[in-house]
Design a protein around this ligand. Structure first.
Ligand SMILES: [Zn+2]
Ligand SMILES: [Zn+2]
Length: 421
């Protein structure tokens, strides 16, 4: 019954449907781009997504998952397993400088400063693509062996300070359960590659991201009489230099790369006063859970011991944000032929590790997951000067949307077909 005559019975239909749906995906993306919303505030976006899934006749549409997330389930007409697809919906506090008719004019206050809101990471494209996939698969649902779970996630760029959110919270609230998904796929558009190119890596692909804050407490005194107090500026300078030895002297660099960066050094108000306290802030990136924990210990010890040696006191706070994005090796190997078939084998490449982080990693901790990149820089543009994701000049060649639509749809269909029994 229903045994496919060819190995990939859906391909021609999928291509035709993608052509038909593409204009709608473009329109959604432009609408989201013009109306960007920050993490945990994606109320309008989520409303449009949920209404769309309902209009398509989804079997269930759950809203307000992890604040503003939407989880929809599309049951196919044939028995089979469950595959999950994920898109993120949040924008960034960035003032747009791209000259497009649908540029964002939205403004907000962020950390006490006025600034714009922009889809500078391309999550508008991700949301529109996944809405397109929903429409495409709903159109052939009678022949789909199993179910597709659509996960529209808020706050990938981290939730606002003091709030929980993002993929971790979606998992906690059961986004992957009931029905239980057996695998998850997701994509990210990037200006690092030309439109048409797809990049991926098996195993660790993107870094874990943690931030640290170090408060170095000295004793305030007159700058002309430093011996009367304890100078936290000099002690903190030594700590910054000490932290340079964590990666260079303590980590086995042949195993995995890692990064420790101090990005904030704050202290003092006047040239002739030695202040009481200095604040350091920074980030830690690793590709290995064990090294991640080792680095946390080294950062803490170096800061505390250097401070002590100078008569000061260091308090170290480390916040664990995102785990390493690890592409399941078996699922990756399985996925690559599908990507090659849809996008052309010459366009699918293994890429270097990226020190950026992704909270897709939290889904991958629960079930096998595969995450890949889709290029979005027009082929006639110089890649070296293309503005990166998060830049106010981040530009999306909309031809990438159809590539995302076709590859995600094909991965879902292929996986269900391969795993249906
Ligand atoms: Zn981003
Ligand atoms: Zn992103």
């Amino acid at each position: 019954m229903n045994a496919p005559d060819t190995p990939y019975p859906f391909d021609a239909e999928l291509a035709a449907a993608a052509d038909r749906i593409e204009p709608r995906v473009l329109a959604w993306r432009r609408d989201f781009h013009r109306n960007p919303e920050l993490g945990n505030r994606e109320v309008r976006t989520a409303g449009i997504v949920a209404a769309h899934l309902r209009a398509l006749g989804f079997d269930s549409v759950q809203e307000k998952v992890a604040h503003t997330g939407v989880v929809g389930v599309l049951k196919g007409g044939l028995p089979g397993p469950v595959v999950a697809l994920r898109a993120d919906m949040d924008a960034l506090p960035v003032s747009e400088e791209v000259d497009v008719p649908f540029r964002s004019e939205v403004r907000t206050e962020w950390s006490g400063q006025q600034c714009g809101v922009m889809h500078a990471c391309g999550h508008d494209a991700h949301t529109a693509i996944l809405m397109g996939v929903a429409e495409l698969l709903a159109g052939m649902r009678g022949r789909i062996p199993g179910s597709v779970k659509f996960i529209f996630q808020p706050a990938e760029e981290t939730p606002p300070i003091g709030e929980e959110g993002g993929a971790k919270m979606m998992v906690q609230e059961g986004a992957l359960k009931n029905p239980d998904a057996g695998a998850i796929f997701g994509l990210h558009i990037t200006s690092v590659f030309p439109t048409g190119m797809i990049g991926y890596r098996s195993g660790p692909m993107m870094a874990s991201a943690d931030d640290f804050r170090i408060f170095v407490r000295g004793t305030q005194t007159h700058a002309a009489m430093p011996w009367r107090g304890v100078d936290p500026i000099v002690v903190s300078s030594q700590i910054v230099l000490g932290l340079q030895t964590v990666v260079s002297r303590r980590m086995n660099v042949t195993r995995e790369p890692s990064v420790v960066t101090v990005g904030v050094f704050q202290g003092g108000v006047r040239h002739n006063i030695i202040p009481d306290e200095v604040k350091l802030e920074g980030t830690i990136r690793t590709f290995d859970e064990e090294q991640r924990n080792e680095i946390h210990e080294h950062v803490k010890r170096i800061a505390e011991m250097i401070a002590e040696s100078g008569g000061a006191k260091a308090k170290v706070h480390i916040h664990r944000w995102y785990d390493v994005t690890v592409n399941h090796p078996g699922l990756t190997e399985w996925s690559v032929p599908t990507l090659g078939r849809i996008a052309g084998e010459a366009h699918v490449r293994v890429i270097d590790k990226l020190c950026g982080a992704e909270d897709f990693s939290f889904f991958q901790k629960e079930i096998p997951g595969f995450f890949y990149f889709v290029g979005c820089t027009p082929p006639d543009r110089d890649l070296r000067t293309a503005a990166p994701n998060h830049s106010p000049r981040f530009y999306v060649d909309e031809a990438c949307l159809k590539i995302g639509l076709r590859t995600l749809s094909a991965l879902a269909l292929d996986w269900l077909s391969a795993n249906a029994r």
